[in-house]
Design a binder for this molecule. Structure first.
Ligand SMILES: *[C@@H]1O[C@H](CO)[C@@H](O)[C@H](O)[C@H]1NC(C)=O
Ligand SMILES: *[C@@H]1O[C@H](CO)[C@@H](O)[C@H](O)[C@H]1NC(C)=O
Ligand SMILES: *[C@@H]1O[C@H](CO)[C@@H](O)[C@H](O)[C@H]1NC(C)=O
Length: 503
């Protein structure tokens, strides 16, 4: 028995060494560029040994590497604990991060994490990004996706085909691309080559590239296709909100009750305006019942639908349509035009100005922001908070105590707080709030706001002020010190409700 045990342990060891002969390449700063850059297609995993998802992926990754090796597709991995610098330089933010590399350029891997899924995804990636279209496949291709792009050229080696194929290679996961040299397809599509056509299942079904095609570059095709991919007006929800957020363009919302029998009429009212300003603003309609909180956040006062609002996403400014006025094609058109001409004032939410300031910390509201913060005779230190934010609650006793310390110096240093969920920042302010709490200091007479991102002990806050105030101020040493909470983390802008939907 004993003898047998020794044998089986030995064979297990032998087996282990077989398994250890992995087909996954190990990358380090020494071999990364030399290994990755020459490969026309390769998959790289950035991982940490402690990460559970990475451990679960490992056997699948090994198996896929062995199968894909036969198709000449390499899989590699980078240990981000050993190579922390390299992972940071590559912008790796979570584990595992999987990237598809083509001659050194990468895109995100968006396939499944099973062996079979990886094999199938990478095999598809190795096929041409551009399908060859003939008279037989033309009709099916036009309808194969919501948006497909077809290049019609006399020769597949045209300069246009080079740019087109490069566009396709970059966006192969986003859209379907085809190329044809078939004269019968030219005829069926009624174009003279060279031409590029987008076929869509929404809005205008056929759109030919309208600019000089001979000089069109990958970047030209990209921006043209991306614009066409956004419908003139679509319903926005949690799934597609990112498309609009990433475009960075102002977003115009039509808030509708989806059970309203006139719903489609309202959408049709906005459609011509949306078509007219396409490319400058994105237009959406949104379920006002489900996203009622979002309407409130955009400063629509009443739950009265339909309502309309333009949101400047990059500056967090809101331009709601007056809810007491009638919503017509002409009135909406006027608002959008005035907005684009820069003639519209944003709506700024504000709590009423407090009748008196009862505490040593100044209670700041939107309406008084300019007056208090841009008072050139005073330094100001403001905490922007949200009532639901836990870090803010823990900071409160310290912030109160800071106020007490400088209560006698109020004419030269204001310690303030503002509920940023109830008060908007005026457009004159050069920053936007990105998390809670946000602490900003401004010297008297200066236009510049300094971020406080040190720890939140009274000691550190006082040291910051001592060093940064315009002129020395008296502090009241007898003020009661708070319990300490030396954190410096922030919470996101949006509260994670359990009962409401968020975009
Ligand atoms: C572009 O892609 C098509 C389809 O894969 C191919 O036939 C053609 O040769 C390519 N042209 C160039 C210039 O790369
Ligand atoms: C004073 O402000 C600067 C930023 O302008 C900061 O780097 C410095 O740490 C501050 N002083 C203290 C003691 O926190
Ligand atoms: C200093 O703080 C203490 C405790 O908060 C307070 O009782 C006292 O009045 C303050 N002194 C001055 C001069 O404001």
């Amino acid at each position: 028995m004993r003898f047998q045990n020794v044998i089986s342990t030995a064979s297990l060891l032998a087996l282990a060494s077989v398994v250890a002969a992995s087909d996954v390449l190990d990358l380090t700063p020494d071999n990364f560029d030399d290994t990755v850059n020459p490969e026309s297609l390769m998959l790289v995993e950035f991982f940490a040994p402690w990460c559970g998802h990475c451990k679960a992926l490992a056997p699948h990754y090994e198996e896929a590497a062995t199968v894909l090796k036969e198709k000449d597709i390499k899989l590699a991995k980078v240990n981000c604990v050993d190579e922390a610098d390299m992972c940071q330089k590559n912008g790796v933010q979570g584990y595992p991060t999987l990237r598809v590399y083509r001659n050194g350029e990468h895109t995100q891997y968006s396939g499944p994490r099973s062996a079979e899924g990886i094999i199938s995804y990478m095999t598809k990636q190795s096929l041409p990004a551009v399908g060859s279209i003939t008279k037989e496949t033309f009709n099916a291709f036009k309808k194969a996706d919501k948006l497909v792009v077809l290049a019609l050229v006399n020769s597949a080696s045209d300069a246009l085909a080079v740019e087109f194929n490069a566009t396709a290679a970059k966006h192969r996961d986003d859209f379907l691309f085809g190329l044809t040299t078939d004269k019968e397809v030219f005829e069926a599509a009624s174009v003279t080559p060279p031409a590029v056509i987008v076929y869509r299942s929404f809005d205008e079904p056929v759109t030919e590239y309208p600019y000089p095609i001979a000089s069109a570059t990958t970047a030209d095709f990209e921006s043209w296709i991306k614009d066409l991919a956004v419908p003139v007006i679509d319903q926005v929800n949690a799934e597609n909100y990112q498309v609009y957020a990433q475009s960075g363009k102002p977003l115009a919302y039509l808030f509708l009750d989806p059970t309203d029998e006139n719903k489609d009429e309202y959408i049709n009212l906005v459609k011509p305006i949306a078509a007219k300003y396409k490319g400058k603003l994105n237009f959406v309609w949104i379920d006002a019942v489900q996203f009622g909180d979002h309407a409130k956040a955009l400063n629509l006062q009443e739950a009265k639908w339909p309502s309309f609002v333009v949101q400047d996403l990059s500056n967090q400014l809101k331009y709601p349509f007056d809810q007491s006025a009638e919503l017509t094609e002409s009135s909406i058109g006027k608002l959008v035009e005035a907005y684009l001409d820069g003639k519209l004032e944003p709506s700024l939410k504000s709590q009423p100005i407090p009748a008196e300031q009862t505490e040593s910390v100044w209670e700041l509201v939107g309406k008084q922001f300019d007056e208090v913060v841009f008072d050139d005779s005073k330094d100001v230190f403001v905490e922007f908070y949200a009532p639901w934010c836990g870090h803010c609650k823990r900071l409160k006793p310290t912030w109160d105590s800071l106020g007490d310390r400088y209560a006698d110096a109020k004419d030269r240093l204001v310690i303030a707080k503002m509920d940023a969920t109830e008060n908007d920042l005026p457009p004159s302010v050069p920053f936007r709030i990105a998390g809670f709490p946000t602490l900003k200091f401004k010297k008297a007479g200066s236009k510049e706001f300094i971020d406080y991102d040190g720890d939140r002990t009274l000691e550190s806050l006082v040291a910051f002020l001592e060093e940064n105030v315009s002129a020395p101020v008296e502090k009241n040493e007898t003020a009661v010190p708070p319990p300490e909470s030396p954190e410096s983390a922030q919470e996101p802008l949006v509260e994670h409700h359990e009962h409401h939907d968020e975009l």
